[in-house]
Design a protein around this ligand. Structure first.
Ligand SMILES: [Fe+2]
Ligand SMILES: [Fe+2]
Length: 298
């Protein structure tokens, strides 16, 4: 099974409708006008989608922040641009990021669900979704409409997530936790995450440490990484970075991840746009990572 993991596309649209400025959006609009969203090169989106399509993955996983201020026009544009990857709801999973819940109105009127709800199970988070015989995605949603970018996983959601995968015997052989917010970051990004962290990550980490080998697919910090968090050594935490990011530093190369699950083996490749061209950077080669599977399983 090959999965393409995308995140933090951040489609943005400027709006001058004063009715849209009655709530939190002025903060977002200020960000936009001060150049923040211009860091995301919308003109590159079609090429990113083409590249993913050419890879013909079995499944596409998008871990949130498809929009910037959760405007209806942003959701429409994101959905339209991503349509070539979203032809079959069985072969795509999309979860929200904090920017997709930017305003109380976007939450109340379920704007994210209206655009992308077909690509996740019905009902509240968390959920467990089988994508093949051995592989399931556990979806978590710590996003909230809040002035800060910090997330919070409601305790009830955490308890239900624990129950979904409590039984080691029935737990999926290849478990992928999908959550917009990382609960830890590699050293180089710890400070960046601290400013916009999941505030109760300390309650989530001990549970993750009990799950055995699993992938944790996230975004939020706009940098691609693959690492084993301290205290959760059996977790492979994958951040796909932001595919449209303009990156003058070379430290946050824009792109996405290709995750190859072959029996118990995991390989991860970062497809990154270096400026003049696409490059592929091997990030993980971990034979026998999912030890519950034998090498003959595909
Ligand atoms: Fe983001
Ligand atoms: Fe985010």
């Amino acid at each position: 099974m090959r999965i393409v993991h995308l995140s933090d596309i951040h489609v943005w649209r400027l709006t001058w409708n004063p009715l849209r400025l009655l709530n939190k959006r002025p903060v977002g609009m200020f960000d936009l006008l001060s150049g923040r969203a211009r860091k995301f090169r919308l003109e590159r989106l079609e090429e990113v989608v083409d590249r993913v399509r050419q890879l013909a993955p079995d499944h596409v996983l998008i871990t949130g922040d498809l929009t910037t201020t959760a405007l209806p026009s942003e959701f429409l544009a994101a959905r339209k641009a991503l349509n070539p990857l979203l032809t079959d709801p069985d072969r795509a999973t999309v979860i929200p990021g904090n920017h997709d819940r930017y305003t109380t109105g976007a939450v109340r009127y379920k704007k994210f669900e209206g655009a992308f709800g077909a690509f996740a199970p019905d009902g509240p988070y968390p959920w467990l979704r089988a994508i093949d015989r051995d592989t399931s995605i556990l979806g978590l949603d710590p996003t909230r409409s809040h002035l800060s970018a910090r997330g919070y996983l409601p305790p009830q959601q955490l308890e239900r997530a624990k129950a979904l995968v409590a039984d080691e015997k029935t737990r999926p052989k290849r478990l992928i936790v999908a959550c917009h917010y990382p609960v830890d970051a590699p050293e180089a990004y710890v400070r960046e995450l601290a400013k916009k962290r999941m505030v109760n990550a300390a309650s989530v980490r001990p549970w993750l440490a009990t799950l055995g080998p699993h992938l944790y697919c996230c975004g939020h910090v706009h940098a691609a990484w693959a690492f084993h968090p301290v205290g959760i050594p059996e977790e492979l935490c994958l951040n796909s970075g932001a595919p449209l990011l303009r990156d003058p530093t070379g430290q946050h190369l824009p792109g996405f991840l290709e995750i190859d699950l072959n029996g118990p083996d995991v390989r991860v490749i970062h497809h990154a746009w270096s400026g003049p061209e696409w490059i592929t950077v091997p990030m993980v080669d971990s034979p026998n990572f999912f030890r519950a599977l034998t090498p003959s399983s595909k």
